[in-house]
Design a protein around this ligand. Structure first.
Ligand SMILES: [Zn+2]
Ligand SMILES: [Zn+2]
Length: 465
């Protein structure tokens, strides 16, 4: 068996792991790399392998760093099935359409400026047609329902508890030429137990080859109650200053968690109600999508969705639809909260809110998820004195708060508990989807359960096992 790590190697974004075994080639995830614009473009536009020779893709979940480069793969000639869970197919469809739309809008906006300066135009990575061709390749499967792959392999999706539809991939690889059968497990992005909305991640035993994420391998997340208290304090300060609170977030997943937290603060009477805007063209379709997939949530949420299909709607919460409604927020006086994509501030409507809001010290910016190096989100999280939005420089005067505990990723304690639950005896263990410091800190927690030294493959590294 040969593994080639073509993305998310010594870094978090751009997940793409190639497996060659028993004469077939399959790709685990096909995500977008996020970082400096030029470098991202180059990495995302070119594959390290021939897409026409990939038999199938197994998609762990719909986030852009795992699914976002599928249309480029299809445009480059990939024609095989894309296996995923049913909710992942639903969500990925929406996110990819949205991504193509955002890319063309941002290109238009930037090209106006570039034309004026006589700079070369930028072209979107893919368009709606590429997305439609990609959608036709989705093969949805239920959780815990094994399905056949090429080369006599069998795969099963298990609950990863990270996003609706997110899966751990378990693969049974039959041994050839007297070799024994092996079980390969790819964690995808692993969630945390006891999160609002989502089911808990499942455990897997008897793992021979493990490919594990390591995003927060060096952190322990804050407790939910401490986070809520901190969120309350920020919102109270914003209320007093009559400022805006800008929350960059994915349109799916974290947005619903933040809205859910704020709603409980209102309901408990710990915070005066203030207007909240979810400024995302996707959001109108979110409730439908969630309702359609109610059975995939945890018991509590599934019950709540049956009783009130609009659990993410409450008084004072507005989902903006048109671009005009979104622009009107620029002139609206505070206090209010606005959530907008993208989560790492690399594209989309959040850029317009930041452009209008970063220089005003009455405002606050809440960073709620992982920020890749060299993204605008990372610079804000690190409180750089000046930040570049749409190629223009701005002073960063707004209050910045980082909320890692809202992350849908397991922290080092959750990961250690998950490793322990494998029962040990892992033949080969690989850490991916993490920055070097996170991997270094996590490896000693995984080592006791692995026979050989834990590996942290570098970009494009090929490992024969
Ligand atoms: Zn994810
Ligand atoms: Zn990820």
């Amino acid at each position: 068996m040969k593994l080639v790590f073509c993305g998310a190697a010594q870094t978090v974004t751009g997940s793409q792991h190639l497996i060659e075994v028993n004469g077939s080639r399959l790709l685990l995830d096909c995500g977008l790399y996020q970082g400096r614009r030029e470098e991202s473009r180059r990495r995302n536009a070119h594959f390290h392998f021939d897409p026409r020779r990939i038999g199938c893709v197994i998609l762990s979940h719909a986030h852009m760093d795992h699914a976002g480069n599928l249309p480029t793969l299809v445009a480059a000639g990939f024609r095989g099935p894309i296996h995923c869970t049913a909710p992942t197919a639903d969500i990925a469809r929406e996110l990819l359409r949205d991504s193509a739309h955002i890319q063309s809008e941002d290109a238009k906006f930037l090209n106006k400026r570039k034309n004026r300066h006589g700079e070369p135009r930028i072209e979107p990575l893919y368009d709606q047609e590429d997305v439609e061709r990609t959608e036709r390749l989705f093969h949805p499967h239920g959780y815990r329902e094994p399905f056949d792959l090429l080369g006599g392999l069998e795969a099963t999706f298990l609950e990863a508890g990270h996003l609706l539809g997110s899966a751990i991939v378990q693969m049974e690889i039959p041994g050839r030429n007297g070799e024994r059968d092996r079980r390969l497990v790819y964690t995808g992005d692993l969630g945390r137990p006891n999160q609002p909305l989502l089911r808990d991640p499942e455990f897997v035993r008897n793992v021979d080859v493990l490919i594990s994420e390591s995003t927060y391998g060096d952190r322990v997340h804050e407790k939910e109650e401490d986070l809520k208290e901190r969120l309350r304090a920020i919102l109270m300060r914003a209320l007093e200053r009559r400022g805006k609170v800008i929350i960059p977030a994915f349109s799916l997943g974290r947005t619903q968690t933040v809205v859910y937290f704020m709603n409980t603060l209102f309901d408990e009477g710990r915070l005066p109600r203030l207007p909240i805007f979810v400024d995302s063209p996707l959001a109108t379709r979110v409730t439908d999508l969630y309702r359609r997939n109610a059975s995939y949530f945890d018991e509590e949420t599934a019950r709540a969705l049956r009783e009130d299909p609009d659990i993410f709607g409450f008084s004072g919460l507005t989902y903006t639809r048109s671009a005009e409604e979104s622009k009107a927020l620029n002139d609206r006086p505070g206090p209010f909260v606005v959530l907008a994509a993208s989560g790492m501030c690399e594209a989309g409507r959040v850029l317009h809110h930041l452009r209008n809001g970063v220089e005003d010290p009455r405002n606050a910016i809440l960073i709620t998820g992982y920020q890749a190096p060299n993204t605008l989100g990372r610079r804000i999280a690190e409180k750089s004195p000046r930040v570049r939005v749409f190629d223009e420089w701005f002073e960063l005067r707004a209050e910045v708060q980082v909320f890692e505990g809202l992350s849908a990723h397991a922290d080092r304690e959750n990961l250690a508990a998950w490793y322990a639950a494998t029962g040990g005896g892992i033949e080969e263990a690989f850490l991916v989807h993490g920055e070097p410091e996170a991997m270094e800190a996590l490896a000693p927690l995984l080592q006791p359960f692995a026979k050989n030294p834990v590996r942290m493959p570098s970009m494009h590294e090929t490992v024969e096992i």
